[in-house]
Structure formats: structure tokens, C-alpha cells
Design a protein around this ligand. Sequence first.
Ligand code: ADP
Ligand code: MG
Length: 478
Amino acid sequence: MTEFEPVIGLEIHVQLRTRTKLFCGNENEFGAEPNSHVCPVCLGLPGALPVLNRRAVELGVRAALGLHCTVHRRSIFARKNYFYPDLPKGYQISQFEEPFATEGFLKVPGVASGDPRRIRIRRIHLEEDAGKSLHDRIPGATAVDLNRTGVPLIEIVTEPDVRSPEEARDFLSRLKRALEYLDVSDCNMEEGSLRVDANVSIRRPGAGLGTKTEVKNMNSFGNVERALVYEIERQRELRSAGAEVVHETLLWDADRGEARPMRSKEESHDYRYFPDPDLPPLEISAEWLEAIRESVPEMPWARAARFEGAFSLSTEHVEQLTATRATADYFENLVDAGTDPGDAASWVMGEVMAAAKNTNSTIADFPVQPALLAELLQLQRSGRISRPIARRVFSVVIETGRSPTAIVEEQGLAQVTDESALEAWVDQTLSAAADEVERFRAGDKRLMGFFVGQVMKRSAGKADPKQVSRLVQERLKG
Ligand code: ADP
Ligand code: MG
């Protein structure tokens, strides 16, 4: 019997980075005092009327354009009716039959084949978030916080194009990177600004789509991958035993590493969707659409391709350098300030990232401006200081924000190239290492590195390693 092939489609909810909610003026703020950002509109009090947030539309449209979607100049808000304690209106305002964007895609490198694959995006629509039920706040009871009610979301729905849990994870991290470049969301999964539901079925290759289940409640991309591995295996066992997969919604339990049924899946007709009579169609003028198009930044894949071509860097390094927009900006500013692209790449991926991590920050708020680092790397490139010294100076620059040139001068860190000073260090080193010298002369040429290292140490990093190497060689020949 041929193997089953996984078929996966993802639904991603993304909170938009707006100041206020989608249909009222309450602040869109995470972590505020419960029920402090509410009003008659988001509480669904009778007679209160929604007014659409223009900024939310702009961010949604920008995201859709960045993801190659067709943006529709006219779309319709619909009511999705269901009962839940955290939904005071009894319906969620969403878009159903006429979403504002359709038919986009995002490429992934292709985990198995190595060829890039296009994951098609079926639609993106605008909707409001529901409130939050808190089950651990009051013992034995559920509390409801309505601050999140009405917060703007886009829902991104893919076609069932994803073929493995690993590919799902890869798609999601690329999508997150794209959304970060577009600056439409903070994409913080712990705070719920990015939430993923995964639809999955299995089939014999070439067969039609099988019955799917939907897995929810994964709070990291790693958990999405694990939940999919689990659910695919469960479906395989069912089907191999001749049983059928039931169309249902499952909740992932990360602690136990299993997905449990939550409810049998409702169909869209259960929601009794209908156009919201309180909201006119969303009309986007040609000029407005053009203005939003102008705000789409160079996307990560385009930037990566440009870096690869312009700076002859490897695909792998370019991936790292474009991991966030701030990293790519930092690298590019460094190069623009006259730094050799290779030096810039190596420092950004090495010292800069490490230093940012050490201070629990990111490159976005890294204290050393690229111009200052460019000055330091110029000192290194011209041979005035060695790389170890450059590292030392860098940490002083991070602490003090002072000019690298001034630090080098003040602390006397310039590389020593004066032959007689170097010869003295070499002689001292060799006479202190009689054993090693003997072994070297007996043929152990690997000790060269040891000698040079010792001389560098003696010079507190200030000797020029190339000259040292030459001098050691000369001495040991004689
Ligand atoms: P539903 O009506 O259950 O929400 P949709 O057709 O709206 O189903 O699709 C929702 C998501 O499920 C989409 O991402 C879609 O790609 C995916 N999907 C649809 N059918 C399947 C299937 N048979 N297997 C896996 N994913 C599927
Ligand atoms: Mg759906």
C-alpha cells in the first residue's frame, strides 16, 4: 500500500498594530487592567454604532500587498453569529463572502525537494477580536476580560498547499518575518498577537482531499509542528486500521504532547453570516490603494536576493542578515558607511548579535549606531588594531558610546608594528617555551599557532599577528 501524504492548510490571526480598536476609540493595549478599555460599542450595548478604523484598513491592505494578494476596492463586513461568554454582542464582525484580499502567496524553500514552493494564500479578511476568558484568575470560576474585544485582526487563510509539519513551521516563520517587515503587527505569540489554527488531512498521493481536522491552541511554531506530527500520525493509524477520520476540532495540549477533541466542527452555515447592516461596504479608492502600495517596504526575499547579488554573500548568511528588518537595516547602514561587506556581515552575525543578546535586546534598539561600528571596523581593516582588540574596543563603545578612535588612542591599543618591540616579545616567548621549540624543531609544525598565540598574549593583543608569524619562523629556522 502506498504511503499517506499530509495535506495542511493554515489559518493565521494577526492583531494589527493600531492605537485604537477596529470600530471604536478604545485603546488597543495588551496587559491593561481588565475591562478598562471598553465602551458601549465593543460591549455591544443597544444602539451603539461601529465606526471603521482607517489605520486598521491601511495595515491590512499593506500586509495583503506584501503577500502578493489582489486587493479588492470594495468588500463587505458580515456578522458571524455565535454565543460565547467573551462575545457580548453575540456576533463577531468579520468579512465572509467578500473579503478585502484574495489570491496571494508566500514562497518557502521546499524542505524535501530543495525547490522553492509557493504556498497560496486563499484570502485575507479584516475582523474584530473577541474578549478573553480567564480560567486561572478566580478559583473555580471563569473571569472575562473584554479589553481585547474589538481589537483589529486580519485572518490569513492558506490553500491546503503545505505538505509537512516542518514546512508548516517554515511557512509560519517566513510569514512572521514578512509581517514584521511590513510593520503591521508585533507578532508576539505569547501575548496572542499571532495565533495559528492548523487544518490537516491525509491522502494517497494523487487522490482528492481527505476529511480534515482542525487543531487549535498552539502557542508557538514549534508546537504547531509537534501538534501536526501528532495529528498526522493519529490519522494514519485510523486510516490504516480501516477507520474514518471525523471532521472535528482538536485542542493541542503541549504538556501532554497530545491533541484532544474539543467539539464537532461547526459548518459555516451554523454561523448565520449576513452583511452587517450597521456598516457600509468598505470602499478603497484608487488613490488610497496607491498610497498604501507606496508604503510597502522592500520585502525580505527581495532584500535577501539583492544582498546576495550585490555583496557576494552566501544564501545562508543572507538569510541571517535579513532575519529581521532591523538586522538588514543595520547591516546595510554599516556597508553604506564604508565598511567592507564581508566584515560587516561577519560582525553583524557575530559580535553585534551576541552583544544584543547579552543585553537582552535586539538589533532594533542596539545602542551602538552603525556609523560608530563602521569607524571601528575601519581601524581594524587599516591594520591599526587587531580583531581581538577591535572586540575589546567594541565592548567599551557599547558601554560608553564613545568614539572607537578616541578609545584606541587613550588606552594605547594601536597595533604594534615596530620590529624591535615585536622581536623582544618573540624572543621572550621562545626562551620561555624551550620544550615546544625542541618539539617544533623535531618536526611538530603545528606548534606555530601556539607560538604566535603566546606572543599575542604577551603583547596584550597588540602585536600584528602576520609580522609575529614571520618573525617566529625566522627565529626558528636559524
Ligand atoms: P472550513 O469551512 O472548515 O473552515 P475551509 O474550506 O474554509 O474549511 O478551509 C479552512 C482551511 O482548511 C484552509 O486553510 C484550507 O486550506 C484548509 N483545508 C480545507 N480542506 C482541507 C483538507 N481536506 N485538508 C487539509 N486542509 C484543508
Ligand atoms: Mg474556516
